[in-house]
Design a protein. Structure first.
Length: 470
């Protein structure tokens, strides 16, 4: 998705491509210096910690949901219908990707994948309900194949490293979005989707459908975790209504799944960092370095795209730094609480409390992209194969960038980030009281978390402010 928004804006508005990440075409002058907002956001998170420590009741188990039974007769027909519909949508996406326009801004497949699904559906899952777990079209296709192969006859025990396949898959997906040109090629995206389907099928035949999807599939893990943030949960023949984020309380994760959550946060942070003066300074240093210059020239002579190489190194480095910081944070929490709990329980126990931050950053960073690029959906669907059709009206589009101003984006970013970090602090407190024996241990364990959250809140807000105020 890197640079796609500015390309869309310049193409449809007729303005030169400035390379701005959010293509506002305007600068928003904050009423107060940026430092006031950073301090205020950090203070709000700190006060959330104080309020949780003083007023949150110390209970090992918190009841925060109620369920509604769904008649079997209803689910018997409704679920298969929508699963079949999801497969038809997937088939449409693949067909349009293969035979539709080559332009990513005119092909419905690329618009659907990166705008409707990757931005809109991710937010829908985290804020409303997880439908992916019930309607996953890839799982439906795999089920059809497994009828023929009957993998139960030769199912094997899952190796302990199987969960890291999901982490690697998430990293590849982020590289595809942020670095590779393949994300803007409908034909390439069709090939990737087909290869992904083949990989799922082979994995399910090898280890069994449930094991492979739950442990190794990055999309199943991603939407499953995000769905636990939502106020509505789907459990077979039961709808569960709960307080937002409480679906994560006590939810067990493995070490690889904890790393998956940290990787998710690192990815969205890198996307923002790559649009700040920090990244510009890094690029300038790399290009002007007398030590690196000969190596860079040699690589370029051999056909290496230097910008993609630097972006790839930056992405991987950000993920590794995030892992190291989370290991250090877990050690600090473990030490502050008195070290009477296994470190592995601390490492895995607090990872999911960071998920609200990932969702908040996703919303803040992509809300303008969703509103802007979302205007391409109807025109692209109106003539999906570039045959001159007008199924849904005029295919000519002029994007209205005035629908959301830089000021609107700024305030959405502030509210989203502060709310996300505050919810993470609250979730971490609840998890601490579930893990540790005493109220004192629980509170002490969260002192390092509070410091980390305050710093991360201020840094995240500064990162998001750069395209708006610079």
């Amino acid at each position: 998705m890197k640079g796609r928004l500015s390309a869309i804006a310049s193409f449809y508005i007729g303005a030169p491509n400035t390379g701005w990440a959010h293509a506002f075409g305007q600068r928003f002058d904050l009423p107060l210096p940026l430092g006031f907002y950073l301090a205020g956001a950090g203070l709000t998170v700190a006060l959330t910690f104080l309020g949780s420590a003083l007023f949150l009741p110390f209970e090992k188990h918190m009841r925060s949901s109620f369920g509604v039974h769904i008649p079997y007769q209803l689910t018997r027909f409704v679920v298969p219908f929508f699963r079949a519909l999801a497969v038809l949508v997937l088939a449409l996406i693949l067909t349009v990707a293969l035979f539709g326009p080559a332009s990513p801004t005119q092909n419905f497949a690329t618009i659907f994948i990166w705008v409707i699904w990757w931005v809109g559906f991710v937010l829908f899952t985290a804020l409303i309900v997880d439908l992916w777990s019930s309607l996953n079209p890839f799982a439906t296709l795999v089920d059809v194949v497994l009828i023929r192969f009957n993998p139960s006859k030769h199912r094997r025990l899952a190796p302990i490293w199987i969960g890291w396949i999901a982490v690697i898959g998430l990293i590849f997906l982020s590289w595809l979005e942020l670095v590779s040109d393949w994300s803007e090629s409908p034909r390439a995206m069709a090939a990737i989707v087909l290869l992904y389907t083949l990989g799922l099928t082979l994995g399910a035949i090898w280890l069994g459908r449930t094991c492979w999807f739950q442990a190794a599939d990055p999309l199943t893990l991603l939407f499953g975790l995000l769905g636990r943030l939502s106020p509505i949960g789907i459990q077979r023949n039961r709808l569960e209504f709960r307080l937002p984020t409480t679906g994560l309380i006590g939810y067990p994760v493995t070490v690889s799944q904890a790393a998956f959550v940290v990787t998710l946060i690192a990815i969205v942070l890198f996307d923002g960092i790559s649009e700040t003066p920090i990244w510009s300074t890094i690029l300038q240093w790399v290009t002007e370095s007398q030590v690196l210059r000969p190596w860079l020239l040699t690589l370029r002579e051999h056909g290496v795209d230097l910008l993609k190489l630097i972006l790839s190194i930056g992405l991987i480095s950000t993920i590794l730094i995030a892992w190291a910081l989370y290991v250090a944070l877990s050690i600090a929490i473990w030490w502050a609480a008195g070290c009477d709990l296994k470190y592995s329980k601390v490492f895995t126990g607090f990872a999911t409390s960071l998920l609200p931050i990932a969702v908040a950053y996703h919303l803040a960073h992509y809300v303008f992209f969703l509103v802007l690029a979302g205007q391409l959906v109807i025109p692209a669907l109106s003539d999906p194969f570039d045959l001159g059709w007008a199924l849904l009206g005029d295919t000519q589009v002029m994007i209205d960038v005035s629908i959301m101003t830089a000021e609107d984006v700024w305030w959405i970013s502030v509210i989203a980030l502060v709310t996300g970090h505050a919810l993470s602090v609250l979730l971490a407190h609840i998890e601490a009281r579930r893990l540790f024996k005493s109220h004192r241990q629980a509170v002490l364990s969260q002192l390092p978390m509070m410091v980390f959250m305050v710093m991360l809140t201020s840094f995240s807000l500064w990162v998001l402010a750069q395209p708006v105020v610079e």
